[in-house]
Design a protein. Structure first.
Length: 189
């Protein structure tokens, strides 16, 4: 119910900024493009061995606050965030559903996890369009195959280029069975 309320607020907010544009088309097209996941490599390890696992990650940003927004518009974006506003300097609350392509062989973790956190974007070259960095703190919710929770905190650092379309994110998980993830950030706008 809360998600529907937030999405409805975002559509109404967007309506006030896009006079004459069919927002149903804009939002449905944007939503379909956002369903394309980014590939991620996860560490799968225990005392017997380790390997890299391929997985998929989606990024959902319900709220973003831009530090460099035009003073004539609101600095707050709901769900649909313009890349210029995001990479020009902003802070956002995010959620990342993650899915492993295969079962974990060593770590005994289930294939699905959900990370929630807060991320800060800092521009480096050309107001972040050519190069931007991010740092984040997040909490990863996941279970092992017996159903026990193996939730952990994670730290993330990212580097982005090509107008925010391409980037790399490095994650350090404070849990020994899957200590590292390295993901390719692919966003289409």
């Amino acid at each position: 119910m809360l998600t529907i309320l937030i999405l409805n607020t975002g559509i109404k907010y967007s309506n006030s900024q896009n006079d004459g544009v069919n927002n149903a088309v804009v939002w449905s097209t944007w939503t379909m493009i956002q369903t394309i996941p980014s590939p991620v490599f996860y560490q799968d390890k225990n005392s017997n061995g380790s390997r890299l696992q391929l997985g998929l990650r989606w990024n959902i940003s319900p709220v973003n606050y831009s530090f460099n927004a035009n003073p004539l518009v609101s600095p707050i974006s709901v769900f649909k965030v313009n890349p210029v506003r995001r990479f020009g300097g902003s802070i956002e609350i995010f959620s990342q559903p993650e899915w492993l392509m295969n079962e974990n062989q060593f770590s005994d973790l289930k294939r699905f996890s959900l990370s929630n956190g807060i991320r800060l974007y800092l521009p480096a070259i050309e107001s972040g369009e050519y190069l931007a960095f991010s740092i984040a703190g997040k909490y990863k919710i996941r279970k092992d195959k017996s159903g026990s929770g193996t939730n952990c905190f994670s730290a993330e650092a990212g580097i982005y280029s090509f107008f925010g379309i391409l980037g790399i994110q490095f994650n350090y998980n404070f849990e020994s069975r899957s200590r590292y993830d390295v993901g390719l950030w692919l966003k289409y706008y």
